[in-house]
Write a protein that binds this ligand. Structure first.
Ligand code: UD1
Ligand code: MG
Length: 458
């Protein structure tokens, strides 16, 4: 579907004081993406290319984040109607439909927006379509005053409403679809003689009705109209979004053993037949290909996992981890900026950073790539089929050739040629009977009796 005759105006000039934050409210992330970008993506998803974000004079950070969407500055926050007026210049040549959205109400669905635009085309041709909702706790939302035929007569703000109007169940979500040819003419006649002394966008309904234009309501689900005003709301919105992402992942063919414990980023991409165990966290930019398994308590960000690979339990993949087909990354293994080629195994207690691990290589427990000298990062290259014994330190830059073997406990600082064997250890020395003699000496010195040789004493 394309809506090249639709523009979106997103209001984001409010102060957001209840967030108590240095970060503008609409840039607070949900699923690791600024909330306003979720909204803009939904809008773009229904084919609306033209968006104007209304920001306050100090809204530079928001403007940068929403680019290439246009921004308009509302110089003083004088109300929602005044805010929409700020987009007048940006829409000077525009005659299509204008969707008005709030930057802090990011969960609205494409289906709902499409239903509103469809309503604009209905036989009565309503000049204003308002998205209504029936929240469980209607609180201080504006109330929708409807006629017997269900059409919209007016919106009354809570503070200005009579007790009878406050009892109306249908509330204003704030979202509207408006005839762009009528919009600014209607806004010109909005005054501020009301309880808040603000220019209310909501007043355009009664003005349109007085002009003989019709107005309509489309009802939406409260869950997608959740507005974020505080960190508590932010957490509630995160929960809604995480549930959507979990359901989407399962619909797309992933198995989530305990979906309620898995956390996604908005851009997480899972293939078909991926299995995700309990308590897995996907940070930004993770791609998991078909048939890979992410076991319990793994944390991934900026990583790619190829088909058939097994990650975890308790694995950490950091940015630039590129795990090849059928490779295994086991418990307490951290991989950063490293390519692990097909079938390689790194199963226990290991740090691999700034490295390549060749196909089929086996990295023993406790192996560390010593990639940082305190000033710069250096590269470790492990060839195909190489075997690194447990508890080895590979001091980068260093290259271990194809098929080479490094003995357990080695600190390797020089390159190992292909098929070579390197062991770096002190000589092992055993003194026959030395243990017995040592114990006798210590018993004498401390006056303690003979001890059993269980080794269990602390
Ligand atoms: C508004 C509606 C109310 C509705 C409620 C739903 C009006 C007059 N009232 O009230 O009917 O039930 O939303 O949440 O429209 N903003 C600006 N510039 C301004 C004022 C607001 O950009 O000068 C932005 C805010 O950042 C926010 C949005 O507009 O994103 C809504 O403003 P807010 O002050 O929260 O409106 P409410 O009083 O909640
Ligand atoms: Mg509000």
């Amino acid at each position: 579907m394309t809506h090249d005759q639709v523009a979106a105006v997103v209001l984001a000039a409010g102060k957001g004081t209840r967030m108590k934050s240095a970060l503008p409210k609409v840039l607070h992330p949900l699923a690791n993406r600024p909330m306003i970008l979720h909204l803009l993506e939904t809008v773009r998803g229904i084919g609306v290319e033209r968006a104007v974000v209304v920001v306050s004079p100090d809204g530079g950070q928001v403007a940068d984040a929403v680019a290439p969407a246009a921004t308009a500055i509302q110089h003083e926050a004088l109300g929602t109607g005044h805010a929409v007026s700020a987009a007048r210049e940006a829409l000077a040549d525009f005659e299509g439909d204008v969707l008005v959205l709030y930057g802090d109400t990011p969960l609205i669905s494409a289906e709902t927006l499409t239903a509103m635009l469809a309503k604009r085309q209905s036989p009565a041709r309503p000049a204003v379509v308002v998205l209504g909702m029936r929240p469980v706790a209607a609180n201080e939302y504006g109330r929708l005053v409807t006629a017997a035929d269900g059409s919209l007569e007016a919106i009354v703000e809570w503070r200005d409403a009579t007790p009878a109007q406050r009892a109306l169940p249908l509330c204003n979500s704030g979202v509207m679809a408006i005839d762009g040819k009528a919009l600014f003419g209607l806004l010109d006649r909005v005054g501020n003689a009301n309880a808040k002394g603000e220019y209310y966008l909501t007043d355009i309904v009664a003005i349109a009705r007085a002009d003989g234009l019709s107005c309509a309501v489309v009802e939406g689900d409260e869950a997608e109209l959740l507005g974020v005003n505080s960190r508590i709301d932010l957490a509630a919105a995160e929960a809604v979004l995480q549930n959507r992402l979990r359901e989407q992942a399962m619909r797309d063919g992933a198995t989530l053993t305990a979906p309620e414990t898995v956390f996604f980023s908005a851009d997480t991409r899972l293939g078909k037949d991926v299995t995700v165990g309990p308590n897995v966290v996907f940070g930004p930019r993770v791609v998991v290909e078909d048939g890979a398994e992410i076991r319990a308590f793994s944390h991934l960000e900026g990583a790619k996992v190829a088909s058939g690979a097994v990650i975890g339990p308790f694995a950490r993949l950091r940015p630039g981890a590129d795990i090849g087909q059928d490779a295994h990354i086991g418990n307490f293994v951290e991989v950063k900026k490293a390519t692990v080629e097909q079938g390689a195994k790194i199963n226990h207690l290991t740090y691999i950073g700034d490295a390549r691990i060749g196909a089929g290589a086996n990295i023993g427990a406790g192996t560390i790539t010593c990639n940082y000298d305190g000033f710069e990062k250096h590269f470790t290259d492990v060839g195909a089929g190489a075997f690194i014994g447990s508890n080895s330190s590979l001091v980068a830059p260093v290259k271990i050739g194809d098929g080479a073997i490094v003995g357990a406990g080695s600190t390797v600082t020089h390159d190992v040629p292909a098929d070579g064997l390197t062991v770096v250890r002190g000589d092992e020395k055993t003194v026959e009977g030395g243990g017995r003699r040592f114990r006798a000496r210590r018993q004498l010195a401390t006056g303690q009796g003979a001890r059993r040789r269980t080794g269990s004493e602390g």
